[in-house]
Design a protein around this ligand. Structure first.
Ligand code: GUN
Ligand code: ZN
Length: 434
């Protein structure tokens, strides 16, 4: 544990772009040409205000002309797929068999897992992601290495052991009792570590690879510890058919998770492309969230998620890269793909809406909306300094470049709970506030 800066608050000067909660439950974007962001020694934002000379007594780090903005939140990606990004080996089920499962089997080697975990956190940091919700492999040792890497990097992370006890290669198949014991052990070891930056999530891979007893045991563990649940739902038609073949007692895909107790107010359902109106209604009633993974959906040819179905029922929508079916760790790529996805359905999302979706919207959907997602007093200081070309001046131009021309906007610095996490000197110890 360490407290930066001798316990004093610290201030950052720059242009500033942030979502602000609006009274109607939506979000607007606030832009300040010249702002001061004051961060307390506990990593909380003390003040966001227009810069005024002499208003702050203490060191001010002048980051102009960079733009200060909340860090990106990636609500869905797979750590053991870091090295197989871009494996265009088919649609979902073929891609899993041909590319994903052979690679995930390699994570039984803890040395390999540790190496890739370092690559994984480096890629997140380079992309301006400060919070991730992530799947490990089904191997407990690899999951331990993932948590170690997140802690070392100073990132905020919610991670889970991927549960699967059927319809997968033997190397990845872990029987129910063994898997639940391993998950319980990881909860004890990691949930709440890093001063609360790290959480454990219950992570059944998806219905076809999980038996009913495993799903039920996973739901009990989630309930016992009030844990987030993450899984996939209705990503491809063939997967939906496989689900009902494996679980003929369920009336539809969502009903599988519902009947075993996994459809809760803390459940994140990734993809949600091929859902019926009844399934959407149940997701809404259960107050679950969906994770929109548009770049992955284009890459695997899975289909278009209808944002309107979620919006019509006030289902919270998070944004996820879904690496390695998603082709980039950079959430700006996902923002751009979300635009394309909506356009295919006749809807034109604004860059401002895309920015809100990748920050405050995702924070709300994963249950951290009061903690992160915007730069406002009382929130934790997870923020970036982003350098745009000199000619990009107005807030609308900044948002256009952010969403659609990420190569022009360099992530210069990232902070998590006020701690500098990117760039960090090699070998620097983690800086975690209590
Ligand atoms: N469904 C089950 N597992 C996976 C996975 O690893 N990636 C994606 N995109 N979908 C899945
Ligand atoms: Zn996924």
């Amino acid at each position: 544990m360490s407290v930066r800066n001798g316990g004093l608050p610290r201030a950052y000067r720059g242009r500033l772009l942030t979502p602000l909660a609006a009274p109607d439950g939506g979000a607007q974007v606030r832009f300040l040409e010249d702002a001061l962001l004051v961060v307390g020694a506990d990593g909380l934002i003390v003040q966001v205000a227009p810069f005024a000379p002499g208003a702050f007594r203490g060191p001010v780090l002048d980051l102009r002309p960079a733009v200060l903005m909340p860090g990106f939140i990636d609500a869905h990606l797979h750590f053991p797929q870091t090295r197989i990004i871009g494996s265009a080996s088919g649609a979902l089920l073929d891609w899993l068999d041909r590319s994903v499962f052979p690679e995930e089997a390699r994570f039984r080697d803890e040395g390999y897992a540790a190496l890739v975990a370092g690559e994984f956190t480096d890629r997140l940091l380079a992309s301006g992601t400060t919070t991730c919700v992530v799947y490990s492999s089904s191997c407990a040792g690899a999951t331990d290495q993932l948590f170690r890497a997140l802690l070392r990097a100073g990132l905020r992370g919610i991670a889970g052991l991927t549960l699967m006890d059927q319809n997968c290669p033997e190397a990845l198949c872990v029987p129910r009792d063994e898997a639940i014991a391993a998950a319980r052990d990881l909860v004890q070891r990691w949930h709440g570590e890093g001063g609360g930056l790290l959480e454990f999530a219950i992570t059944p891979r998806f219905a076809p690879t999980c038996s009913r007893p495993l799903l039920e045991a996973a739901a009990r563990l989630a309930r016992d510890h009030d844990l987030l649940v993450q899984t996939h739902v209705a990503e491809s038609p063939a997967e939906c058919e496989a689900t009902l073949r494996e679980h003929p007692w369920a009336r539809d895909y969502v009903d599988v998770y519902d009947r075993v107790g996994l459809l809760t107010g803390r459940t994140l359902l990734a993809h949600a492309i091929h859902l019926s109106p009844r399934e959407w209604d149940r997701v809404a009633e259960a107050r679950s969230s969906v994770v929109h993974c548009p770049d992955s959906n284009f890459f695997l040819g899975s289909g278009r998620m209808r944002l309107g179905d979620a919006r019509a029922r006030a289902v919270p929508v998070a944004l996820g890269s879904d690496v390695g079916a998603g082709r980039s760790f950079d959430m700006r790529r996902s923002m751009s793909s979300a635009f394309d996805n909506a356009l295919c359905l006749g809807d034109r999302l604004t860059p401002s809406a895309l920015f809100v979706m990748a920050t405050q919207g995702t924070a709300d959907a994963i249950g951290l909306g009061r903690v992160i997602g915007s730069l406002e007093a009382g929130k934790e200081a997870d923020f970036l300094a982003v350098r745009f070309p000199d000619h990009v001046l107005s807030d609308s131009d900044l948002l256009n470049h952010l969403a659609f021309a990420p190569e022009t906007a360099a992530i210069k610095r990232s902070f998590v709970r006020g701690n500098p996490v990117h760039p960090r000197p090699p070998g620097a110890p983690p800086l975690i506030h209590p």
